[in-house]
Every structure is written in C-alpha cells, then in structure tokens.
Design a protein around this ligand. Structure first.
Ligand code: SAM
Length: 450
C-alpha cells in the first residue's frame, strides 16, 4: 500500500512523523488485531489466540492472528468487541479525566458502529451513556452492537448533532469521534486511500467544527470534551484543538502516558493544546488522534421539557416480575407494544431526552404480553439484568452457529421458551415444542456467511 505523496508532504513538519518507518509499515501489510473484553460477561477465552494486553486499556487484548470472528458465538453474545488498539486509549483518557464515573451522563455523539460507546459503557457502569448516530442505517448497527453488549445504561439515539442544543448543559462528558478523512486506517483498509484527497481533508475539518459547535451547548460547565479522529492531518487534529481553545471557551487537559507506549505528545501551534498522536510505526495499533478539554463556561439554561412516559401497569409489572427474575431498582414503561426497563434513577433523564430526541433504545426491552403469555425480547436475553426465570439450554458450537444462522438446530430441554447459551453465555431465545424448535434469533442479525 502506497501512502499518497500529498499526505506525506503535509506531514513533514508534524511532530513525531518519521517518513521512512511510516512508509515501511504501510508497505509491510502487517495487521494488528485486538479485541476488548466485556467486563460484564465472563467467558473462557482459551479458543482465542490471545497474545498480550493492550497497555492503556485493562480489557484490551492483542491477538496473534485474526480468527474468523463471525464464527465465534461469543462475539454474538457480546462477550468482546473487535476494536482497534489505539482507539482503546480512550480508556486512559476517561480514567484520568473522570476518576469518579458514578452518576455521570455521557454522550457519544458520532457513535456507530459502537466501539467507543461500548468502552464508555464498561467504564460508566453507574452512569448513563447515550450513543448517538446521525445516519439511520448506521444507527441500526449501533443498536445491534449495544444490545449485544447488554448494559441497560447504554442507550441509542438517532439525531443530528444540532438536536442536542435542546438540552443545554445536560451531559457531563461529550465524546466526539468525528467523521474524518480516514488516513489513520490506510494500513488496515488500503481501499481508503482512493477516497483520500487534500480537498476532503479541508471538508472534513469544516464539518468537524460544525459538529462540535452544534453539540457543545449540551455539555455542562466544567464538563469533559474528548475529541478524536483517525486522521493524521493537522487541519483535522491540532488545528481543531486550537479553534476549540480560541473560539469555544475550552481548556486543554493533559493525559499522563508512559514512554514505552510509543504515543507521541504534540502541542497545537497557536495555543499549545495537549494532543496525542498514534503512528502505526511507533505504537501497536492504527493511526489515531485524541485530545481532551474542560468546558470553561456554561450556557444559559432554559427549563427542559418533559415527556410523559407511558408507564407499564402494576398488574403487568407483577406478571413480568413473577415470570422473570431481574436486577433491582428498575422501572418499566411501554413502547411499541413492548415493555422496556430502565434503572429508576434515570426516569427523569429519559423523559427529557424523549421530548427532544429520537430514542432508538433506552434501557432493555423486556417482553411483550400476548394475553397471559409473556414473549421475552431478544434484548432481555443479552442483558446483564436478566437473573433467571427461563430454562438455560447449552448448545455445542455446531448448533450454536445453526441457531445464529436462524436455521434448524437441535437442543434438549423442557418444552416452552428457553434461553440458548454457548459457553454459559446467553445468545437468544427459542421455543421448544413437542416435534420442533422455533428459532427466535432476530432475522436481521443472523449470520449470513457460510
Ligand atoms: N465512534 C465510532 C466507533 O468507535 O465505533 C466510530 C465513529 S466514525 C469515526 C464517525 C461517525 O460519524 C460515523 O458513524 C458517521 O456516520 C458519523 N457522521 C457522519 N457525518 C456526521 C455528521 N455530520 N454529524 C455527526 N456524525 C456524523
């Protein structure tokens, strides 16, 4: 893979750039593979070719080779997420900037497919993480990945950044992993080179400013902004940081790094913002850029509107809770003929968000009621709130894959709804009948690859 000459030229005076090794690592075709484990879903990792830990993220692991992830039921169970290692540096950033995560409200503004959102969700266990994606079909992938991750405090919205201006000062942390020219992924995806151009770098830079300006009002005073890209271009990186300091009343925040991590610290030209660059010839990961800020001044806050939620009737909650054991402190509401649960402490937040935004997923869909029958929802199967109430049926690899393909499979268990599991982790529902098994794996998520 040959890096565009114009990019090489533009990087000549960029701190840390070493042309020879940078070009060599792109020509090598070498691939670095890494995953991030889900701390809420323990499983036996023996089948994965795990090499070493990712230095800056306690749940990050490098793999020696790239397995065919699609054929690993644990991936579909949300036991891990395939994530590029440099991006996992976000873990270090929040560890150092938000040492007390409990009760914090976090917005991941450009979230699909969900790598950063699931990481944030694992850190803000006692908080609320809203993962937003503006593009509709990408928002569906985000819902899928967040549902598999299984955390009820990880919600999904499908909105334009400007829509968040309706909730000024709402969030304590704002993550903007901005759409960019993508040069940092050239080694991983050589086809990205064809889409790269200097004019696209300029367009991306303007769009990044627009996105940030639109979203910043929803960040509280003293709140934390984390800005990242997978571009090497200063126009999209340090120059944006300078603009944030100059025009948007933000304050730069340093992150402590260890020398042997290979991360390059840079300083923006005009206002010396602390910036962190990841070059693939110097770190074990792809190209990445990240910087962190505090918001100095708040907005004038108008009272937020509330939407009345349609709470589930007491009778139905009793019916549900007598059939399904769940974690405590949940409240139940009705949406699209299904019952959903959220932690009671986030009820007010839900009613504010619901009055301004298009919520694709809040909390966990539990079930729908068909008369006296309870039809359990797929989100419930994957949720960390599920504590029992249906028989668990362990499948072997072959049957688990047939189940995930939504094909016929065999399983032994009592008649009725059962939770299909692989390696002890739930993967979805099936109904065992006297002469057949109904497979309820969601059609749109099924494995297509043979
Ligand atoms: N954070 C994601 C992750 O870690 O998996 C990757 C996000 S990707 C770098 C940028 C995202 O921004 C894409 O999903 C893209 O659809 C979205 N996007 C594109 N244009 C946008 C815009 N004008 N405003 C907000 N988001 C946009």
């Amino acid at each position: 893979m040959v890096v565009p000459a114009a990019l090489i030229q533009s990087l000549q005076t960029t701190t840390g750039f070493q042309q020879e090794t940078f070009e060599a690592v792109h020509e090598s075709g070498e691939q670095v593979v890494s995953i991030r484990l889900n701390p809420s879903k323990e499983f036996d990792t023996a089948h994965l070719p795990i090499d070493e830990n990712v230095n800056w993220c306690e749940y990050g692991r490098y793999l020696k080779i790239r397995p065919i992830f699609t054929f690993d039921p644990f991936l579909h169970a949300g036991a891990y997420y395939v994530q590029e290692a440099s991006s996992m540096f976000l873990w270090q950033v929040i560890l150092q900037t938000v040492p007390e995560p409990a009760g914090k409200k976090v917005l991941d503004l450009c979230a699909a497919p969900g790598g950063k959102s699931t990481l944030l969700s694992s850190y803000f266990k006692e908080g609320l993480v809203v993962a937003n994606e503006v593009i509709k079909n990408r928002a569906n992938i985000l819902v899928e990945n967040c549902s598999k991750w299984g955390d009820g405090h990880l919600w999904v919205t499908n909105n334009n950044p400007s829509h968040f201006q309706a909730i000024p000062e709402f969030f304590d942390v704002l993550m903007v992993d901005a759409p960019c020219s993508g040069s940092g992924l050239f080694r991983k995806d050589p086809s990205a080179v064809e889409e790269w151009s200097e004019s696209n770098v300029t367009l991306c830079s303007q769009r990044q400013q627009r996105i940030l300006a639109d979203a910043l009002p929803c960040l509280a005073e003293n709140g934390v902004l984390i800005y990242s890209t997978c571009s090497y271009s200063r126009e999209e990186d340090e120059a944006i940081c300078d603009w944030l300091l100059e025009e948007m009343e933000m304050e730069s925040f340093p992150i402590a790094i260890e020398e042997n991590w290979g991360i390059v610290t840079t300083s923006s030209a005009a206002h010396a913002a602390f910036c962190y660059r990841f070059y693939p010839d110097q770190v074990k990961g792809e190209g990445f850029f990240i910087a962190c800020f505090h918001k100095k001044k708040g907005e004038s806050v108008t009272k937020s509107k509330y939407k009345n939620l349609s709470m589930t009737s007491k009778l139905q909650v009793q019916q549900l809770q007598s059939a399904i054991q769940l974690s405590e402190n949940l409240s139940f509401f009705d949406q699209n003929e299904a019952i959903r649960a959220i932690e009671t402490r986030w009820l007010q937040e839900l009613s504010i968000l619901a009055s301004h935004l298009y919520i694709k997923k809040a909390g966990i869909e539990m079930a729908s009621m068909k008369g006296k029958d309870i039809v359990p929802a797929h989100e419930l199967a994957l949720s960390t709130w599920f504590r029992g109430g249906f028989p668990l049926v362990e499948l072997d690899l072959e049957n688990a894959l047939s189940y995930l393909r939504r094909k016929e499979f065999s399983a032994k268990g009592p008649k009725g709804w059962s939770l299909m599991c692989f390696g002890g982790l739930p993967i979805g529902w099936a109904k065992l009948l006297p002469n057949r098994i109904n497979n309820y794996y969601p059609a749109e998520w099924r494995i297509l690859k043979e």
